[in-house]
Write a protein that binds this ligand. Sequence first.
Ligand code: FDM
Length: 212
Amino acid sequence: NRLKSHSRGALIVLEGLDRCGKTSQASRLVSFLTGLGHAVEMWRFPDRTTVVGKMISSYLSNRSHLDDRAIHLLFSANRWEKRSLMEDKLRCGTTLIVDRYSYSGVAFSSAKELDLLWCKTPEKGLLAPDLVVYLDISPEKAAERGGYGGERYEQLEFQKKVAQSYHKLFDASWKIVDATLPIEEIEEQLRDVALDCLVTCQKGKSLSQLWS
Ligand code: FDM
């Protein structure tokens, strides 16, 4: 029983440092919204299943090496190759909970000292999220959680730079959630903002484009 399938779905993005809890919160939110009868899918970027995604995955696991700008553009291309499907899903009423998006693209690449504006440019024209939730944790606390998997960016010094880059992207519309709160409290906050966002989209808020 899909409720309100005549109105569009919401594009909700979760961002944050590695080990901030994004992925588990995203799946909890998907279960919650699905339980209420909404059509919901969990997406993530990079989407490692595509050809471009496989190149990214190989880079992240240090099996290949790429120029900083080349990998930046691959991450962006990986979003572009999903753009039309994303728009179709949203217009058909499916809400997408997305684990990382263009903000990760800009935050991680500009942490390598690539120019911020240069990093944003290939993202222009992708769909703008209806809601961005930032799970806020210090790089030190995140590192203490352990389980850095050994991928290229999972190092404290680099995560410190990523945190600074994220701060440059903060926008008044973002929902900043303290990622060190108990899991259930974070979950509760996410439910509230997500439901508000769904209502706004159902009421006819139009889709817009990122950074154009
Ligand atoms: N990452 C992710 C980027 O550098 N640019 C991007 O555009 C995206 C989406 O890839 F370290 C980085 C962030 C992270 C790594 O992400 C893989 P997951 O969430 O660990 O799969």
